[in-house]
Design a protein around this ligand. Sequence first.
Ligand code: 0A1
Ligand code: ZN
Length: 874
Amino acid sequence: MSNPPAADTGLKVTGPQVIQRLDYRAPDWLVPDITLEFALSLDATRVRATLDVERNAEGETGAPLRLNGDGIAVAGLEVDGKALNDWRMDGNDLVIDLSGDKHRVVIETVINPTANTQLSGLYASGGMLCTQCEAEGFRRITFFPDRPDVLSRYRVRMIADKAKFPVLLSNGNPVASGDAHKNTHWAEWHDPWPKPSYLFALVAGDLVATRDTFTTRSGRKVDLAIWVRPGDETRTDHAMRSLIASMKWDEDVYGREYDLDLFNIVAVADFNAGAMENKGLNIFNTRYILADPETANDGDYDAVEGVVAHEYFHNWSGNRVTCRDWFQLSLKEGFTVLRDQQFSADRGSAPVKRIEDVRILRAAQFPEDSGPLAHPIRPDSYQEISNFYTATVYNKGAEVIRMMTVLAGAERFRKGTDLYFDRHDGQAATCEDFVKAIEDGAGLDLTQFRRWYQQAGTPHVAVTLTHAGETATLTLRQTVPATPGQPDKQPMVIPLRTALFDRATGANRGEHLLVLTGEEQTFTFDGFAELPVLSINRGFSAPVAIDNPSSDADLVFLAANDDDPFARYEAMQQLVVRHLVAAVGGQLDDAARSAGRAAIGKALAAVLADPALDDLMRGELVILPGETYIAEQLSPVDPGRIRAEREALKAWLGTTLASEWKALHDRTSAVPYGLEAAARGARKLKTQALVYLAPADPAEAVARASAQYAAADNMTDRQGALMVLCGLDGAEREAALADFHQRFADNALVIDKWFSLQAGSLHPRAIEHLKALAKHPDFTLTNPNRVRALYMAFAANTAAFHDPSGEGYRIIADLILALDPINGNVAARFVAPLGRWRKIEPARAALMRAELERIAAHSGLSRDVTEQVGKSLE
Ligand code: 0A1
Ligand code: ZN
C-alpha cells in the first residue's frame, strides 16, 4: 500500500454540532459485506477492513463515499485492488470519490487499545482486549459509515499471541482457527445476520468458560458460554440460569427464538455501562455477571438476572429489528426494558418488582424530566448521543410501551408485537414503525398517544372526588409542565386503573380503566351511599404524578386494605411524603406534626403486624420515600432540611415501634439463608429494622448490626449491617470496615461496595470520609465501576453533596474536570447532580451554578461534558 497524504487536521473552530432528528437522510452507500482482519496486540493493533460498498438507490445521486473515523488515521487505502491517493479528510470523516456503483475498499488503521481510556472502540482491560461500539465506537477502530441503518455481514479474522490471548471471540459462529508463526494463533468468525456496526464485537484474552446448552422450541441446540477471568468461574451459575430462563421466556411470552448455534457472554471489569447486546457475543460489566451468596447481595442477584435478560432480549428487540438512527434509541431500549421488567416480574414477586421499577423511575427519571436535561423519549436533537442513554429513554420509554399493554390487554398487545417483528425483521426501524405495528396489530388508535414520544415532562393529574345523592364524581385535570424547548404542551393519553372502595364495608366496588385524554374530564359512579375511598393509578398504570386529595385516614385505610399491592405501597408513600413535605416547608405546628406521625405510625404498625403480607412485600411497605422523591415535590429545595425531617421521622418511628423492630430483627435473624422469597424477605426486613433503630437507639442498633455483621453468611446481611454501622460513630464501625476491606481485598466488586457505603452514609462527616477515600490506594479514575462507587454514591448522598459550604459541589466539579480527559462518557454522567441548581434554595444554587461555570470555562472539554454543562447553565 502507498503512503497516504497527510490528513487534514481539521483545525477549524466551530460551535458544538447539533444533530437534528428531522435531518435524517438515507445513507448514500451501503456495505453489504465487510471483512475485518485484526493483528491484535495491547498497544498496536493493526486493522485491515475490506468493505464491499454499493450505492444506495435511496441516497443522493453521485455522492462520494463518506466514512466516519474518530481518533484514527489512514495507514493504507486501496480501491478495487489498487492503492489510492485520491482521498480526503473532512473533519474526522474519510471521503472517497467513487465513479461506479459497487467497489471494494480496503482500509488499514493502527490503534492503541491500552491508550484507549475512553473504553469506546477497541480497548484493553486487565490484559484482555475487548470492544464497545455502541453508539459510535466502531469509528475508533476503522473508517466506516458508522450509523445503525447500514447493515453488513461480518467476517472477522484475528491473529494474536497465543499465550496472552488464548481465547479469540467475535460475533456469530467460529469458522476456523489454527496456529500461526512465532507463538501466535488465529481464528475466523462469521456472523450470517446483517447488523449495524454498533453490534460488532471482539474479545481476546485469557478467559475461562462456564458452559451449558439450550434447545430452542424448534429444536436448535444452542451452546451457551459465559467467559470470565480464571478464578471467577465459580460465580457464573446465577447468570447462566438467568440466561436459560430468558431464552425460554422469550419463546413463551413473545414467541421469539434464538437464531445462532452459539451464544457467548464475556464479563469485563472495565466497562462504561452495564452490558452490551453485540450479536451472539454479549459483553458485560462483571457486576452484572458475577454473583455468589458471599459477595453479591439480593439486589445484585436481581440485577444480574435482569441485565442478562435485557441483553438477551435485545437479540430481537434491537438486533433483528434495529434502530434507523439514534433518535430512535427508545425503540430498542424502552421496549427491551419493558421486556426485562416483565420477565423479572414473572420470575419473582410481580408486585415487588413493580414497586422497585416505580421507585427507580421516581428517583432517576422524574428529576431528569423536571430539570435542564429533560427530553422526550424520542429526542429531537443531540450533540453527543452517549448523553441520551438516559432514564427517560430507557425507563420512561418502557412505561410508555407498558401503557400500550394497559390499553390493549396482553393478548392484543402480543398481536401488535408479532406484527412489529414480522414487518420489520432485518430492518432498521423507527419508533413510529413500532407504534404503527401496535396500532395495526392490537387494533388501537394511538394518534394522540404518540405525544408520549414528542413531549417531555412528567404529566401531573389533579384529582377531586365529590359525592352527592348516590353518585360519586371524579374529576381529573392534567397539566404537562414546560420543559426546555417545549413551553406549551398538549394533553396526553393517560390510562388510570381506578377503584372505589365502599367506605362503610371497605369493599372494592370494582376497577375501571379511566383514560384521560382531555385537559379535564369527569367520571361518575353510581350506587354510593357516601363518599367512597379512591384508589387511583393502580399498578402505576401511567407514569404521572397524581395530586391526590385523599385524607390521611383514607391513605391509612388503603395502606392496610387495598387489594392492589402497588396501590397499598403508594398509599403508604403518599402518607409519608405529604407529612415530610409539610414538615420541610415549616407548615406543621406541634399538633399537626403529632397527628401526621401518629397516622404514619399506625399504618406502619399495621404493615408490621399483617399476617397476610409476605416479608418481601412487607419490606417494600416499610421503606420510607427517598430524599430525591421528596425533593421533587418541593421548590425550592433545602436538602439539609429534607434529610433532617426524614431522619427525625425515622427516629420517632424507631422509638415508637422499638419493640416491634427488635422482635422483627430477632425473628428474621433466625431465618436461614436461601434464595427463596421468604428468606429474601426476611433479609430485607432484618436490615430495615436496624435502619429504624439506628436513629432511635444507636447503642442498640450498633450492637445488633455488629452481631448481624459477625454472623453473616451472605452479602445481603453483611452489607446491610455495615451500611447501618457506617452511619454511626464508634469502634464497631471502624472494625467492621477494616474487616470488610481485608476480607474482600481481592474482589473489586465488593471493594466497590466498601467505597459506596462510606460515600453514601448518613454519617455527619461523610465528606471527610470521601476525601480520604479518594486518596486510598484502591481508588482509581480509570475504572468506571470504582468511580461510580465512590462519587455517584456521594452525589446521591443529598445532605453531604449539598453541604452548605459548597464543598460537595466543588468535589464533583473537580472530579468531572479530572475524569473528562480520561473518560468523557463517564465524566458527563456527573453533571446532572450539579445541573439541578434551579430547584435548590438560592444560596446553594449559586454555588452549584458557579461550579458549572468553572467547568464550562475549561478549554478542551469532551463533547459529552460540553453538552451537559451547556444545557445545565441555559
Ligand atoms: N445497549 C446497551 C447499553 C450500552 C450503551 C452504551 C454503551 O457504551 C457506552 C454500552 C452499553 C444496553 O441497553 O444494554
Ligand atoms: Zn438495552
